[in-house]
Every structure is written in C-alpha cells, then in structure tokens.
Write a new protein. Sequence first.
Length: 256
Amino acid sequence: MTYCFSIFEIIAVVSYVLIFVIAGLVKGVVGFGTPLITVPFIGMIHDIPTAVGWSLLPIIFSNLLQAYECRGSSVVFKRVWPLFACLSVSLILSVQLLKSFHSNVITMLVGFLILFFVSSQFFPRPPKIAERWQSPVLVVAGITSGFIGGLTSFYGFPALQALISIDLNRREFILSTSALFLLGTGVLGTGMLVLGLVSVADLLISLLFVFPTILGTELGGRMSERLSIRTFRIILLLVLSVAGSVMILRSIYSIL
C-alpha cells in the first residue's frame, strides 16, 4: 500500500528544514543562537520538550564544527572552566523541573525568556570584569544559567553575558560558546531522555536536520564577511520578538 504526502505535510517538512537552515545562518554569523531559533519556532507547533529533542543533534554537530575551526584558542578553557563546571552541576540538579510543569507553562516561560533576551540586547554592553573577579562571576553565571535551563531548557542566560564581560577575542568567544552549548545540550538531552521527555524517535528526527543546520552554518560564516552585523542583528531581534510573542499568546489561549 502506497502513501502519498499531503500538501500540508510537504509544507510542514519544508518549513522545518528552513527553520534549521536559518538557525545555522544565525550561528554562522554571530557564533551562537541555534536553539534560539529552532526551539521557539518549533515550539509554536509542538511542545517545548519535542522542540528541544529535534534540536539536540543539530546543536551538537554545528557546535562541534565551530569548536574544531577555533581549536587553536583552546587555552581559553583555563579561564572559563568555572562556568562550565557550575553550569553542568546546576543543570543536572534542575533538569527534572521540566517534568514538573505543564507544557503550556513551559512554552510561556520560554516565550518570556526570548523577549527578555531581545530586550537585553538594548541594555548597555556588560562592563569588563577585572581578572580577579572573573572566576566568581563565572561561577554565579553557571549556577544561574543551569537553574534557568532546568526550568525552561534555555541555559544561555546569563552565561553568554558573562563570557562577553571577560573580554575574549572573537575566536575565544566562538570556541567558548560552542563548548557551552555542547556541554549544556549534552547534559540537558541526557536528562530529558532519562526523564522520558525526549524519545529515540525525536533523536532520529533530529538527525535529519543536522545537514540543513551545517549548511546554514557554513553559509552564515561566509555571510558574516559581507553582511552588516547591525542589519542582521535588527532582523534577528524582530524575528525572535514575533516568535516569543506567539508562544506566549498560544500558551495563554490554551490555558484559557
């Protein structure tokens, strides 16, 4: 018996592929951001655990690629290891919170977190932190990011702000953020698998989106040499604002 895909199924598949290509573009241009695109946009249709599950392997492979390209700056790990260590412990302890909340509540929290991230881009650039205070700041940022990640699946805040504040060069920052998302995704994904929030089927679907993400990352790397970062940043923030707002409104409508 043969099965013919409907036009709606074809549109859905193409839309998902485009989401991951765009997520790769964002990462290629600014050095991070894959889950900032994939999770809210897939979360507009599915629940957040499913969106995270589909994003796991694309995040891992795209960050492995960028980490390899910046491997010459590995000395930076001597400075940022407190962030990684505290993030790991905090995320391991708090990931079970994802199972404690209704999916609509999690979706709403992620929506608000996306809008907060957008708003934070208009704050003054974080001041540079003196070297003697960098380790304590990274410890606090790691613990806080892990807790927020366990609650919402987003563990990039305030870890990214902390990395910006310790004055890394571009390759050190890209390597650090790649390692951050590799570590966070590994811990979060393992925890969600153990808790039954992500299935093997989700991982197989996730594998299908690796190539579109890598393609986007490569294209984004080339675009970063030609595209105005300011223009790209404005477009990105507008897109994220729409995604976050839709997630919040969808959650409120479902709850009511």
